[in-house]
Design a protein around this ligand. Structure first.
Ligand code: NAD
Length: 391
């Protein structure tokens, strides 16, 4: 038997997403038999004590205090970018130029210009690249994709998606990097709406035109830092200006003729991670909600009259994507498994030197839509999105 190829990973940033990714590298070979096996070779962070502690706790073999050093190392095959958005562009381009495969957290970049340079760099280098839109890897969502591709929902007419959270509603919640344009590019928009846009592109197709609005409800906050997960700490008694959106909404037309209604907010009391959508086609509809992620609500016109209605499917049967790797039917999986599923496909992509979806092109197209919604909100005009052949 030939030994399985090992992919030696170097991960940059080790808090919220760093933890989710670390867990997924550890568990991937436990559940799946991936074509290539990730090796948790090294992590990078700026604080020596912090990065050493994180490496020990999460099971990484070594650490660096400068991400550039990680990219220079010959014993690293792939770079995983788990830093705030402003650091993605420089790290990704350096990693591509060094011939490393790349997994990058979303949104791909701060703006279209950066995303375009990142896409050019990975194409030029011929490395495998992926963006971490992990919700595509929820079994229920992958199953919706199959239903749509098989024509079971018919012609798609509508998607209405909202992604609602409430963790910054307290006016004393500090001005963390997620609320500072120079670090994040945009607020709720790039953070939450980017996921809804990715799911819409994945399930319904390309968007051709958008009309948007954005709002910032609390304009001054005490200074502070993220401290892991979505928690944060105030630092000192100085205040700073919030220069990104707290909430965003937009209307969209799809190239295929469907209509989209999208809303994302961090000011929706009671919604912790309410990533939801409904899709209506000529033959059926589906509804999904991340806070109940194993379940899928389905309406099929083909059902016998009298028994028609939305039914709830628990997407944990062998037939549902990814679930065979885990537990018997009805034994549900969670948020962390979306990252394991994603890494399974990425390892397969690297083993075969094949692009794995969603990739940097998806990240770039997502950024085109994010930017267009921002421009539309400023100008109060509909903004067209260039089609695939045009950019
Ligand atoms: N896929 C998802 O659902 C999802 C969820 C949350 C965050 N994200 C994305 O993941 C990325 C990171 O977010 P997070 O929530 O993990 O943030 P976080 O604040 O929890 O962690 C960021 C990490 O990056 C480190 N860092 C910051 N600047 C750095 C630099 N210049 N060099 C090296 N390390 C640096 C920090 O020290 C920290 O370890 C962001 O792009 C965010 O949008 C994606």
């Amino acid at each position: 038997m030939t030994a399985k190829r090992k992919i030696r990973v170097g991960m940059i940033g080790y808090k919220f997403m760093g933890k989710a990714h670390s867990h997924a590298y550890r568990d991937l070979p436990f559940y799946f038999d991936p074509e290539a096996e990730p090796v948790m070779q090294a992590i990078a962070g700026r604080d020596q004590e912090g990065v050493r502690g994180a490496a020990e706790k999460m099971g990484w073999a070594s650490y660096e205090t400068d991400w550039r050093r990680l990219i220079e190392r010959d014993d690293i095959d792939m770079i995983d970018i788990c830093t705030p958005n402003n650091a993605h562009v420089e790290i990704a381009i350096a990693a591509a130029e060094a011939g490393k495969h790349i997994l990058c957290e979303k949104p791909l970049a701060m703006n279209v210009e950066q995303a375009g340079r990142m896409l050019d760099a990975v194409n030029k280098a011929g490395v495998v690249h992926m963006i971490c839109h992990n919700y595509r890897f929820v079994p229920a969502i992958r199953y919706i994709k199959q239903l749509i591709d098989d024509g079971r929902l018919g012609t798609i007419y509508h998607i209405r998606a909202n992604y609602l959270q409430d963790w910054i509603m307290d006016p004393n919640f500090p001005l963390v990097w997620r609320l500072r344009k120079e670090v994040c590019g945009s607020g709720t928009h790039g953070d939450l709406m980017a996921h809804s846009i990715d799911l819409a592109r994945y399930l319904v197709g390309e968007i051709s035109e958008v009309s948007g609005m954005m709002n910032t409800f609390i304009k001054q906050r005490p200074l502070g830092e993220m401290s892991g997960g979505l928690n944060a700490q105030v630092q000192g008694d100085r205040m700073g200006e919030v220069d990104v959106d707290d909430a965003v909404a937009f209307l969209a037309r799809f190239e295929g003729g469907a209509m989209g209604v999208f809303e994302a907010s961090r000011f929706a009391k009671g919604n912790r991670n309410g990533n939801r959508f409904e899709i209506n086609g000529s033959k059926g509809s589906v509804r999904w909600d991340m806070e109940n992620m194993n379940n899928l609500s389905v309406y099929m016109e083909e059902d016998e009259k009298g028994l028609q209605g939305f039914r709830t499917i628990n997407c944990t049967e062998e037939i549902h994507p990814f679930t065979g790797a885990y537990w018997p039917a009805g034994h549900i999986i969670g948020y962390e498994h979306t990252f394991i599923n994603l890494l399974h496909e990425l390892m397969g992509g690297i083993a075969q030197n094949k692009s794995t979806m969603p990739n940097f092109e998806d990240g770039y197209r997502n950024q085109l839509i994010l930017d267009a919604v921002e421009r539309s909100s400023e100008t109060r005009q509909w903004v067209p999105i260039p089609s695939k052949g045009e950019v």
